[in-house]
Design a protein around this ligand. Structure first.
Ligand SMILES: Cc1cc2nc3c(=O)[nH]c(=O)nc-3n(C[C@H](O)[C@H](O)[C@H](O)COP(=O)(O)OP(=O)(O)OC[C@H]3O[C@@H](n4cnc5c(N)ncnc54)[C@H](O)[C@@H]3O)c2cc1C
Length: 348
């Protein structure tokens, strides 16, 4: 028995697929809940929020952080019920067909249909494995770069060997007072041209790792790095440290709730249906022939999954929503927008 509200559709995951599904399900006049495991919407886009995105149809190149803002705004258009910080761990079905979504925090959410849009799972940064590191996360030890200018004129140490580490080293090469890069291996996992550029412009230490942090409890001012082959230690003065060791994805138990998986992803058909009635899927967690693993692909999957969820709970409903340009749902909203600057090409 459940005495909570029952939603028409509950979307699990607040990345591009889940956010767009929340918008589109609103267009379909469904009662929508979106549950996101982290404390913010945006999904994997947060891992490259400082990068410029070019390939979303109709949008000018923009920082990914901006795209997150716009997606969040759009997802809120029809005021879905938003639950943050709850990771869905299991699904159960009741005798009346209602599906219960059980979260790791012990809550249960009830719904007539589900769209699983969990992407690459819940991404967590790989932290620097030194006990003292977390003391400095609020001062000068960073796991991401939000504002390059913050590092201007400073002595910056970057640890990592992937594209992000190399990109940040290049972007800071002329801006910072000094950039040093440490990486555990001689080979970098980044574009060859960029690695070559980086090696000619900043000081690169391989195969080195950060061994010790010296600070006053508030800020790190010196770092000992050690050579993994020879054991040689070098002390470097630092103002800021950027750790770019990648992300780990926490796999979800949802995969074990009777969903057929292929290559570690949820198998879906052309209608976004999984093998379990009432459970649909969209975005990077889903697989079918021709699946496009891009933001644009996530949007398309979201539309298909919402339409299927709509006709699942209401078999006589139309197969898709009426186009937005002629949709009465937007009449009032359009009037408000026309009074503001946001229409007629004025993007902020
Ligand atoms: C480095 C990099 C650069 C990229 N650049 C581009 C680009 O330029 N253009 C482009 O189009 N695409 C790009 N992509 C691909 C794009 O990021 C993905 O296609 C997109 O993020 C997929 O969105 P999604 O919503 O399916 O999944 P995600 O973005 O992974 O979002 C899934 C969400 O689900 C949440 N979640 C997971 N499990 C649970 C659970 N059990 N309960 C509750 N919530 C859960 C996660 O916390 C997350 O918020 C790039 C990808 C990478 C890795």
């Amino acid at each position: 028995m459940h005495n909570q509200d029952i939603f028409d559709v509950t979307i699990i995951g607040g990345g591009p697929a889940g956010m767009y599904a929340a918008f589109y399900a609103g267009m379909r006049e469904m009662k929508v809940k979106l549950i996101e495991g982290k404390d913010q919407l945006g999904g994997f886009l947060h891992t490259y929020s400082d990068k410029t995105i070019w390939d979303v149809g109709g949008l000018p190149p923009m920082k990914c952080a901006k795209l997150i803002d716009w997606l969040v705004q759009q997802a809120g258009t029809f005021e879905p019920n938003l639950v943050l910080g709850q990771s869905v761990d299991a699904l159960t079905r009741q005798d009346d067909g209602v599906i219960g979504l059980h979260t790791l925090t012990g809550e249960v959410h009830y719904t007539r249909s589900v769209i699983v849009a969990i992407g690459r799972g819940i991404a967590e940064v790989q932290k620097l494995e030194l006990d003292s590191a977390h003391h400095y996360e609020r001062s000068n030890l960073h796991y991401t770069v939000q504002n390059l200018n913050y590092f201007a004129g400073k002595k910056v140490l970057i640890s990592g060997g992937g594209n992000s580490a190399v990109d940040w080293a290049l972007e800071l090469a002329d801006l910072a007072d000094r950039v040093s890069v440490v990486h555990r291996q001689d080979a970098f996992r980044a574009m060859e041209h960029n690695v070559k550029q980086m090696k000619s412009r900043v000081k690169v230490f391989t195969p080195f790792k950060i061994d010790r942090l010296y600070g006053n409890g508030e800020r790190i001012n010196q770092v000992a790095i050690s050579n993994l082959e020879t054991g040689e230690d070098i002390d470097l003065e630092v103002d800021e440290i950027i750790i770019s060791h990648g992300y780990s994805s926490q796999a979800s138990n949802l995969a074990r709730c009777g969903l057929v998986m292929e290559e570690g992803m949820i198998a879906m058909n052309q209608l976004g249906e999984t093998n379990v009635p009432g459970i649909f899927t969209a975005g990077d967690c889903a697989i079918r022939e021709g699946k496009v693993r891009l933001i644009a692909g996530a949007f398309n999957d979201a539309i298909v999954a919402v339409n299927s969820a709509k006709t699942y709970i209401e078999p006589t409903a139309a197969g898709m929503a009426y186009v937005s340009s002629h949709n009465e749902l937007f009449k009032e909203k359009n009037r408000d927008l026309e009074k503001s600057d946001s229409l007629n090409g004025k993007m902020k």
